[in-house]
Design a protein around this ligand. Structure first.
Ligand SMILES: [Zn+2]
Ligand SMILES: [Zn+2]
Length: 235
């Protein structure tokens, strides 16, 4: 498989339960040989996360640190009514948004409704990635999800932290189902570390093993190519 050169779903101390600064995370990314590092601080709904005012001043951060291009998103909660937990005026200031279900602010509504909620969020033009669509605590219909990914230009994530922590229900089986459908339909994925500490930046081992086991084509892994990734993100 082609080398993964970007990690666009990571968290700094701003998220409240993560432990590195922007500079420590960037340094770790540089040491790992990454070309692009994306920050996706949690949006409102996650206890202790940053006030969204944070997202209005991102332009003061250097574009490049330790030789790594820095880009700025937010991991926004998908809410039980299919809306996003971050107001439009903040979403518009981001380079991209990651949308995901978190149980701290989502109640399982069954496979059909959960899937409809995720797809409704995919339709927002800033949402480029669906984080950790892998937990049967809030089950998803992967056939519909992969079709919507193609239709809306949204990538589905293979989240290495989900695989490491291994406390999400049917996580590996769900990823296998998702990857087979992505391969069949030509729907793109992005592999992320979801690092909450510099030591986890650029760690993709379990995700890569899974992709190899599924013979997943490198062309469909968007973060193996810097220009392709940035174009996909609309940058
Ligand atoms: Zn998350
Ligand atoms: Zn995250």
């Amino acid at each position: 498989m082609k080398r993964i050169i970007a990690d666009i779903h990571t968290h700094t101390i701003a998220s409240g339960h993560a432990y590195g600064t922007i500079r420590e995370m960037a340094q770790a990314a540089g040491e790992k040989g990454l070309e692009v590092l994306g920050f996706a601080e949690h949006a409102p709904g996650i206890p202790g996360t940053v006030h969204p005012f944070y997202f209005l001043n991102l332009e003061v951060i250097p574009q490049t640190l330790y030789g790594v291009r820095l880009i700025h998103g937010s991991e926004v909660n998908i809410l039980s009514d299919g809306t996003l937990s971050l107001e439009e005026r903040y979403l518009q200031r981001l380079d991209y948004a990651v949308a995901g279900i978190h149980l701290t602010c989502y109640e399982d509504a069954g496979r059909e409704r959960n899937t409809a909620n995720v797809i409704a969020c995919m339709r927002h033009e800033k949402v480029k990635l669906i984080s950790h669509p892998d937990d049967d605590a809030t089950p998803l219909d992967y056939a519909l999800l992969t079709e919507a990914a193609l239709e809306t230009g949204t990538a589905l994530e293979v989240n290495n932290s989900s695989l490491v922590k291994n406390h999400r229900k049917n996580c590996v089986e769900n990823y296998r189902t998702m990857l087979r459908l992505c391969r069949e339909k030509g729907a793109p994925v992005i592999v992320s570390s979801d690092a909450h500490d510099p030591s986890w930046v650029g760690r993709f081992e379990l995700a890569e093993t899974l992709l190899e086991e599924e013979n997943f084509p490198s062309e469909l892994v968007l973060n193996t190519d810097r220009e392709r990734l940035l174009t996909f993100l609309g940058m």
